[in-house]
Design a protein. Structure first.
Length: 358
């Protein structure tokens, strides 16, 4: 294996990514060394580039990798071998001793360590080196198997956008059951996947967006994953159409993929009694929800933080079985410095992915 690798790094916040060479990271005894084949770019990466996540620079960005295992640490446990196709969640190296880790170990039925709530966790692509490189280190506890019929390019955005959409929909249970009505508000990269997952889970699915582009994107899925209803949230009859679709009951569940305070407040009002809402946005100002609706209709608002590795493994089974896919724009490694410009362009839809190896 070569000692050097090509990479892209943040050298200064709010400046274009810099292409460079870096040493190939050394695989520790508890690590997996991954050859990265594809890596995604999402809104969080833009926030990292803008300095919203304090990090020591230079740093390799991207937290949506898919690739192959090329080295397994001497003390790694589990079913991992060289050549395995994998995706990697960005959370790494739980301490197993802090309050967050103790709570997880006490409350969770999952067998894997989950670093999401660890006070000392590392976050690849946020505060530690990520996936815009030929190689990266991965934590076996947050690495998942990539099915053979899911390409690296399709697999990469599922490690954040997909896991976020999947985790949010999983939070609807046990209150919301298959056959009930669930809406996805905001059809961008995450919402596009959430619509497909909602259909795959057996929900009667409504796609809602105030943008023509978002409503169009909701139709660009396999026929069996198309939403049952598409609504413009700014239309005068939007509330009526939801009421008609739900026989006057209101929605059983709603996942909101936008940080618009107004959109979230409106979404809560579309829920029926004991409905469940999962907001995924992070607005700068505080949420403004109707307290009377929450109390008198016993509504539930749940937080959702991506998903665990065990949940992501199940997600990939559904992706392969139901042919869930992202709308992709695939770029070469040399095009990384143009990423932000492309991401912010009005014509951009779906997910941006960098092909790093072929």
């Amino acid at each position: 294996m070569a000692e050097q690798m090509k990479a892209a790094q943040i050298v200064e916040f709010d400046k274009p990514y810099q292409l460079c060479e870096r040493p190939v990271p050394t695989c520790g005894k508890h690590d997996l060394l991954i050859q990265v084949y594809a890596a995604g770019f999402c809104h969080s990466d833009l926030q990292v580039l803008q300095g919203q996540f304090p990090a020591q620079l230079p740093m390799i960005p991207s937290h949506e990798p898919a690739g192959k295992i090329v080295q397994v640490g001497s003390e790694v446990q589990g079913n991992w071998k060289i050549g395995d196709r994998v995706g990697v969640l960005n959370f790494k190296n739980a301490c197993r001793q802090c309050a967050g880790c103790r709570q997880h170990l006490r409350r969770s039925s999952e067998t894997r360590t989950d670093p999401r709530f660890c006070e000392k966790r590392q976050m690849a692509g946020f505060r530690h080196d990520g996936a815009f490189a030929e190689y990266m280190l991965a934590d076996p506890h947050t690495t998942v198997h990539l099915p053979d019929d899911v390409s690296f390019e399709q697999g990469a955005p599922l490690m954040c956008a997909g896991a976020t959409a999947w985790g949010a929909l999983r939070k609807l249970s046990p209150g919301v059951q298959p056959g009930e009505s669930v809406a996805i508000v905001g059809i961008g990269g995450v919402g596009h996947l959430a619509v497909q997952f909602a259909k795959a889970m057996g929900f009667r699915t409504v796609a809602i967006d105030n943008r023509k582009e978002g409503r169009q994107l909701a139709t660009e899925v396999a026929d069996h994953l198309k939403p049952d209803l598409i609504i413009d949230s700014t239309a005068k009859d939007a509330d009526e159409r939801i009421a008609e679709f739900t026989s006057g009951e209101g929605l059983a569940g709603i996942v909101v993929c936008t940080d618009s305070i107004a959109a979230n407040a409106w979404s809560l009002q579309q829920l029926g009694n004991r409905g469940v809402m999962v907001p995924l946005g992070l607005p700068k100002d505080k949420w403004q929800f109707d307290s009377e609706a929450m109390v008198f209709r016993e509504l539930v608002i749940k937080g959702s933080y991506v998903s665990s590795a065990e949940e992501a493994e199940r997600m990939f089974e559904v992706v392969a079985e139901k042919q869930v896919s992202s709308h992709l724009t695939v770029l070469s490694f040399d095009q990384i410095p143009t990423l932000v410009e492309r991401y912010l362009h009005a014509s951009m839809k779906g997910r941006l992915v960098i092909q790093i190896a072929k």
